[in-house]
Design a protein around this ligand. Sequence first.
Ligand code: GLN
Length: 471
Amino acid sequence: MQDITAIQSALRNQEYSLSTLVAQYLERIESTQSLNIYIDVYDTEIKEQAKIIDEKLAANHPLGRCFGMVISVKDVICQKEKKVTAASGILQNFESLYTATALQRLIDEDALVIGKVNCDQFGMGSSNENSVYGPTRNADNDQYTPGGSSGASAVSVQAGTCLLALGSDTGGSVRQPAGFTGLFGLKPTYGRISRYGLIAYGSSFDQIGLLGKNMAELALALNVMAGMDPMDPTSVDHQVPDYSQALSTSSKPLKIAFFKEAINHEGLDPQIKTAHENLIQKLESQGHTCSPVGFDLLDYIVPTYYTLTTAEASTNLSRYDGLRYGHQEKGQKDLTELVTANRTAGFSMEVKRRIMLGSFVLSTGYYEAYYGKAQKIRRMLKDRVEEIFGEYDLILMPISPMPAWEIGQKRSSPTEMYLADIYTVLANLVGNPALALPLSTHKNGLKFGFQVLSKGFSEEKLLNFAQYYNS
Ligand code: GLN
């Protein structure tokens, strides 16, 4: 598939028009309907927008940096006057009043949005099965999940319905589906991209991320989206380097760390383990050094993540009462009954489970024992990771301990699904950037990848590594 640089030069040279390209994407959306990717397709609007850009191209008018970039948007990212529901019944038919800063920046540079895509409800899940719209299917085998929660973002690119997808990553939701669909998936540093207009799940974990087949569009979109936003006080005023430039500089030998405990974990699928061992050898033979380092906190990661994110989710989701907007049940006799009925009908089982767990760990009497302790472990994780980055350029890790699974296979076992997050949640707990890259195909026929993490605000290192690895 052509990357954004090739698309832009083809458009400028009039090899094809943006209208033709958009028509092809729309046809793909039509022919892949059974995968259940899109919630809304903006077909009339995008055709008109493409026509305007074609006219500007013909007249040699200046265009934004992202012209020719057609994107899909996860159903947790707001766009003005478009439906946004977090794949939840509680926000049924809700239309946003404003556009997320990160998305607005892309639109201002002439990127075109083709539609809203499915996801796990409020980003809670690892298989895109937890959605009011039903599961999204993996395009490599429609009996399998594409991962989640940004599962449909991944499939939208995998199935060729757009060039790039916006997802969100609280604990792996961009990287894990990228792995299951053979894509690159970037979770930027916490604070790199504004969260204004991203429906909150765990506010101290969430970041908007990107999924694509090529590094060129990931780097370009990050260039445009990154940077401080007065509307999000957690966005950081840290210089935005030229990420596209980072792709063209040659890679120097890197010091790469990997965790013995991660590679030798009993839960890691043998084929995925072997692929990582081979990868390490390959990187060594290319001149990098790959060193095993100790990480004895590994088994604390999942409990810490679920203690803290459910706590944050329980407070974030308390705003949904169905009174001013969202789902409202009829015929209740008082306010308490009404709010209870709205929330009971609106939230899925998984969301309720997390609200209850979060309320429990925050409750008087248990706060110190769970929430307080988890915060301390988060600090320890951060210190250990900082220490490692004092010595190494990258940390290499698997993405998921298991390959993509069949739809329905893990539905009855939430804890098993939580444990599958063992390798992805660290980057969110410590705030560092992480990039998923394709690695191999499992004997079940589905793809899997690996990830690299780097120091905070050094996404260019990840992009540069990926470009080098890809070439
Ligand atoms: N699977 C993780 C969870 O359910 C990650 C979700 C995410 O990153 N949004 O919490």
